[in-house]
Design a protein around this ligand. Structure first.
Ligand SMILES: Cc1ncc(C[n+]2csc(CCOP(=O)(O)OP(=O)(O)O)c2C)c(N)n1
Length: 627
């Protein structure tokens, strides 16, 4: 078995350094996953991976090794579990802390249906255990006496960076008991070899074991919740893991198995990476662990440095991350102002309400999240932050189509979600200069929440402003009154190319960037009056997006100017390169300019807009694009 483990490890290093992906977490679960598959019979027994980023070994063991050449690429294996790939995958996840609820539901269903020979195993990291949903589930699971549910805690002491908080401290305490168990084992061997008095002393010692343990290392939490606890076990010791899982399997009620693993185990470049242990990597040289391509300045870098500079000027700024300090760029702020940086764990809901509290006493919190994870905290944004007019600034990285991570990682919902939140103001900067500018503008607003969204990846070149009218930037002005193109955020370069192409084909297009897209500046209406048609390009779902808000604004003003929208249709989009996805959706210079030209040549009132038509094919009746 250890030879197989080494083979899998070498395979992972070879393949994942070539494609990019979650290398560190998977290197850490090789033995643990082998043991799970030896003791449980998937898919009869259901194996669930929380978050799902550490399911590569499971994929290899369930017949998908050959798919690793195209990991996270078009037509290849997904980076997370995928039902389409295998009957061994049950949850299409990537958002953390949901697996215990899934496990509860499935094992409860088995019990209700009398399927008492089926178990559910949930592999959950110490990071994912910091999420509120995990605790809601534990509270519920603890009442069950007959669910065959094994909660395998993969404790590597890290989320991206070290896991922080009370739970992490408790797990550390449980880890300490390992020393105590060893002491007991030693005592047993030594005393039992001692004639006459040895055995009674050992028995006494063992009898008060729990008492001593509670002093040396309190067992508290899990057992107090009423959950059977087994551990801690060396998660790299396959035999020990098998034996613990075997016990857990036959326990017949929910049980926690606490495994200790090392993220990046067996690969020295990962172990040497103090910050993130190669949690998620790009393409690397497998020998050295060094990136093969030089990455340029990213949106994240610009935000990171600017916020840290503002932090030096303004003492009321507090930075909040939900276990993603490095990926969101808050690491620089933390380096300079550790006392004003808070890592709440994977707890976006708590982050937002806690930020509202900070704002109440005069601080200005900046909560930095990936766009997709804001979905989690919608109610908190609506009712704790916005209803209370809290001066909280949200910064959403990875907004728009992200690509390789698949359907649940695209940041395509934030504009639609935030569009219905009163008091909230939203900015979509088009470049680095506008990002810095809007961040400062947002931080000057203390009586309402603000949100700034920008995409993944390299920063585009700045695009200068010809003229600013009521906060709206003119990026290209055309003499003709044919089309006004409203570009949202980082689509500005695309919009300018579209304008140039359409102009070559005889249609004049003026390009503007409203910068703040919620609320839309009222003078947008006055500007638009001069044109025959308005087109909006946005990197988010069209349903309920910026074109939708603009259309409502025009309707309210009884304006009849036709508005057309280019954006993401209402569907779940598989993993693929961002450019490939945009191409599929018709969000390219060629497609959009061709559509504008066709549309322009068709009579008013009978417009045919190809981009919309392409997207519409995927949409239900109720989600028709704006016309
Ligand atoms: C709701 C949510 N917020 C943030 C993330 C980003 N994220 C992905 S993995 C991860 C850390 C997970 O740590 P852990 O569960 O301990 O797993 P490990 O990587 O250590 O194996 C985070 C924060 C996420 N997936 N879901």
């Amino acid at each position: 078995m250890s030879a197989l483990a080494e083979e899998i490890r070498a395979f992972l290093i070879e393949k994942v350094t070539r494609s990019g992906g979650h290398l560190g977490p998977n290197l850490g679960v090789v033995e643990l996953t082998l043991a799970v598959h030896r003791i449980f019979q998937s898919p009869k027994d259901v194996i669930l991976f929380d978050t799902g980023h550490q399911s590569y070994v499971h994929k290899i063991l369930t017949g998908r090794a050959s798919g690793f050449d195209l990991l996270r690429q078009r037509g290849g294996l997904a980076g997370y579990p995928s039902r389409a790939e295998s009957a061994h995958d049950v949850i299409e996840n990537s958002h953390a802390s949901t697996s215990l609820s899934w496990g509860d539901g499935i094992s409860r269903g088995f019990a209700l249906q009398g399927e008492n020979d089926r178990s559910v195993v949930v592999v959950v990291g110490d990071g994912a255990l910091t999420g509120g949903m995990a605790w809601e589930a534990l509270n519920n699971i603890a009442t069950s006496k007959d669910q065959r549910l094994v909660i395998l805690v993969n404790d590597n002491e890290r989320s991206y960076s070290p896991t922080i908080g009370g739970l992490a401290t408790h797990l550390a305490t449980l880890r300490m008991t390992r020393g105590y168990e060893k002491f007991l084992d030693w005592g047993k061997e030594f005393l039992q070899r001692t004639p006459v008095v040895g055995n009674p002393i050992y028995e006494t010692l063992h009898g008060i074991k729990k008492g001593i343990k509670d002093i040396v290392a309190p067992q508290g939490m899990f057992e107090d919740l009423g959950l059977k606890y087994i551990g801690p076990i060396d998660g790299h010791d396959i035999a020990a893991m098998e034996s613990a899982l075997e016990k857990a399997k036959h326990y017949g009620a929910p049980v926690i198995v606490h495994a200790l693993t090392k993220k990046g185990h067996g690969y020295s470049p990962a172990i040497a990476d103090e910050a993130e242990k190669f949690h998620a990597i790009g393409i690397l040289d497998p020998e050295t662990g060094q990136p093969l391509a030089k990455s340029g300045i990213s949106w994240t870098n610009v935000f990171s440095n600017e916020l840290a500079d503002i932090g030096a000027e303004r003492k009321e700024i507090v930075a909040i991350t939900a276990a993603m300090l490095g990926p969101t760029g808050l690491d620089e702020f933390q380096r300079r102002f550790p006392e004003r940086t808070v890592d709440v764990g994977i707890a976006e809901q708590h982050a937002l309400t806690s930020a509202a509290g900070l704002a109440f006493v005069g601080m200005h919190p900046v909560v930095a999240l990936y766009s997709t994870f804001l979905n989690r905290a919608f109610d908190q944004l609506l009712l704790d932050v916005s209803l209370h007019h809290a001066g909280v600034t949200l910064v959403l990285d990875r907004a728009g189509i992200t690509g390789d991570d698949g359907p649940s990682h695209h940041g395509i919902w934030d504009l639609a979600l935030t569009g219905i939140i009163p008091t909230l103001q939203v900015a979509a900067p088009r470049d680095g200069t506008r990002l810095k500018e809007s961040l400062r503008e947002a931080l000057d607003i203390d009586d309402a929440p603000t949100l700034i969204r920008f995409p993944k990846g390299a920063l585009p070149q700045d695009i200068g402003t010809i003229e600013r009218v009521d906060g709206i930037d003119f990026l290209y002005r055309c003499e003709s009154d044919d089309v006004l193109l409203v570009s949202v955020g980082a689509f500005a370069h695309l919009a300018l190319e579209v304008a140039a192409q359409a102009q070559r084909e005889g249609v004049g297009v003026t390009v503007i960037d409203p910068r703040w897209v919620k609320p839309l500046p009222p003078s947008l209406l006055d500007i638009a009056q001069r044109y025959s048609r308005v087109v909006v390009i946005e990197d988010g779902i069209r349903h309920g997006g910026i074109a939708s808000s603009l259309s409502e604004m025009f309707r309210d003003a009884r304006s009849s100017i036709p508005i057309h929208s280019v954006g993401v249709p209402l569907e779940f989009i598989e993993h693929s390169k961002r450019a490939e996805i945009l191409h599929d959706l018709g969000i390219t210079v060629q497609d959009i300019s061709r559509s504008i030209v066709e549309w322009h040549s068709s009579p008013l009132g009978n417009n045919f807009f190809k981009v919309e038509m392409q997207s519409q094919e995927h949409e239900s009746e109720s989600h028709k694009p704006i016309r």
